[in-house]
Design a binder for this molecule. Structure first.
Ligand code: HEC
Ligand code: HEC
Length: 414
């Protein structure tokens, strides 16, 4: 029972993920055991909930099967019919105002469910202010979006549909009407949600169920952790050591057997947004705009994707001054395939990212205490990059290579 690197199971308590607690110690041990037992083959998870029809989910090597099952909400059990419906909705451009973009436009399987752009580009080529994160493994996020403003995949899915610069539908009633008018959907909803019909809730549930099948593991690093010492290069091994020690990446990009995604799912200001922002003036204006209803999810969603306000980060959700410029720690699996980086797409390559950390981030009043100059050598920076490249799933890479990129329907007159 040896793993490639024991160190990883000795992460101090303080660095463990908050909701890893739900998994309790027994599950933690079980996850380690199953991770080791399943070395080289991955594992199957049976139907998530009793009421659901049997749904077989193949969990790739390195991902925690029990946590996957645990994170399927009781009120949205997985079924094959629902996943198929969700997939159809996810790729359907008819869900946008001018029928030009779908979820997949910005979360494209040919780009590891991301889009390769600095910021997301929606209907009429309207530009947002934030980089499109991958949907792969998003189900394991403790909260959705760079600022965590959506608590679940279901709630997340409702927002891009009506964000004016993303899919641009007038409101949820318009989305429902659009789906109802398409005759092909009626029987599919009847099968997936017997008696419930086509509503914004069933649309969001179907999309979320599909997203829960979009998981990614089986990387060289996972084989290394499962005991194959030769699965990653010597440079990548040195990089993993730097990641845990000198470079201190692990203090935010947490890793353990129950949540092996390289994120603490917390919010930190590392200074990405700090360059030319007058944060306090922006914060005041945002508060004015939200004065009537500070928790108006649709307004917050619009602010999050508009220039300037976007940089307030977690503050838009909590209104706490200490959260100004704080963003969710990104997960790092498949990171090689999802350039450019950071919430605003400001770093082009992984080496650029490492250089950003080496200088200690960008100084600003809210800079996270964990950020300081690292004094890495050039060789060490290269090693860190090599390590991150070892986190690319073989399956995700192959899928990206074998999938035609999404195309944008020609712009139509409204
Ligand atoms: C115009 C491009 C665009 C479209 C269309 C779009 N998204 Fe996104 N998506 C983004 C951007 C940009 C973000 C990050 C926004 C933020 O954090 O404020 C995001 C965030 C997400 C996240 C959160 C991931 C994480 O790690 O926090 C999920 C999940 C997601 N989108 C799914 C969807 C689904 C489902 C649809 C269709 C209903 C969709 N997206 C449509 C660009 C897009
Ligand atoms: C203080 C916490 C913290 C530390 C330490 C830290 N990170 Fe991050 N990391 C974050 C946060 C927060 C983000 C998102 C920031 C943003 O976009 O504003 C991020 C983003 C990234 C991204 C971009 C992800 C994407 O999808 O765009 C990479 C790559 C990355 N970090 C690698 C590293 C490496 C390598 C180290 C060590 C040298 C490191 N991080 C240290 C918190 C941290």
């Amino acid at each position: 029972m040896r793993t490639g690197n024991r160190q990883v199971f000795e992460i101090p308590k303080a660095q463990r993920l908050p909701y890893a607690k739900l998994a309790a110690f027994a599950v933690f041990v079980a996850a380690i055991a199953s991770m080791m037992l399943s070395a080289g083959r991955g594992s199957d998870v049976r139907a998530a909930r009793p009421a659901a029809q049997k749904f077989q989910m193949k969990i790739p090597l390195g991902l925690p099967a029990d946590i996957w099952e645990h994170l399927v909400p009781p009120d949205n059990p997985m079924t094959a019919e629902k996943v198929a419906l969700g997939e159809k909705l996810y790729f359907d451009k008819r869900l946008s105002a001018d029928r030009s973009v779908s979820c997949a436009t910005c979360h494209d399987p040919a780009m590891a469910l991301s889009d390769g752009q600095m910021v997301g580009i929606g209907i009429e080529l309207k530009k947002g202010a934030r980089n499109s994160p991958t949907v792969l493994n998003a189900m394991f996020n403790e909260s959705q979006f760079w600022d965590g403003r959506a608590p679940s995949l279901e709630e997340q899915a409702k927002l891009p549909l009506i964000n004016p610069i993303e899919m641009g539908m007038k409101d949820h009633a318009a989305v429902v009407a659009r789906v109802r008018e398409a005759s092909d959907y009626r029987p599919l909803f009847e099968k997936a949600f017997p008696g419930e019909g086509i509503t914004i809730e069933t649309i969001a549930k179907a999309i979320a169920a599909f997203e829960r099948t979009q998981i990614s593991g089986n990387s060289p690093f996972d084989r290394f952790m499962a005991g194959d010492r030769n699965a990653i290069s010597e440079a990548a091994k040195r990089g993993w050591d730097l990641f845990n020690n000198k470079a201190r990446c692990i203090s935010c990009h947490a890793f353990n057997a129950s949540l092996p995604f390289f994120s603490d799912f917390k919010f930190h200001n590392i200074g990405v947004a700090a360059k030319d922002q007058n944060f306090s003036a922006l914060a005041r204006r945002a508060q004015q705009i939200l004065a009537n209803d500070p928790d108006d999810v649709n307004k917050i969603d619009e602010l999050a994707l508009s220039q300037g306000f976007s940089e307030l980060g977690r503050f838009l959700v909590t209104k706490q001054p200490r959260d100004i410029g704080a963003f969710k720690t990104s997960m790092l699996r498949d990171i090689e395939l999802t350039a450019p980086y950071m919430h605003n797409g400001s770093e082009k390559t992984l080496l650029d990212v490492v250089k950003f950390y080496d200088k200690g981030g960008e100084i600003n009043p809210n800079l996270d205490g964990g950020m300081r100059p690292l004094k890495l050598t050039e060789g060490e920076m290269d090693d860190l990059v090599e390590f991150m490249k070892a986190l690319t799933s073989d399956d995700t890479r192959r899928r990206a290579q074998n999938t035609k990129p999404q195309t944008r329907a020609p712009l139509m007159n409204k």
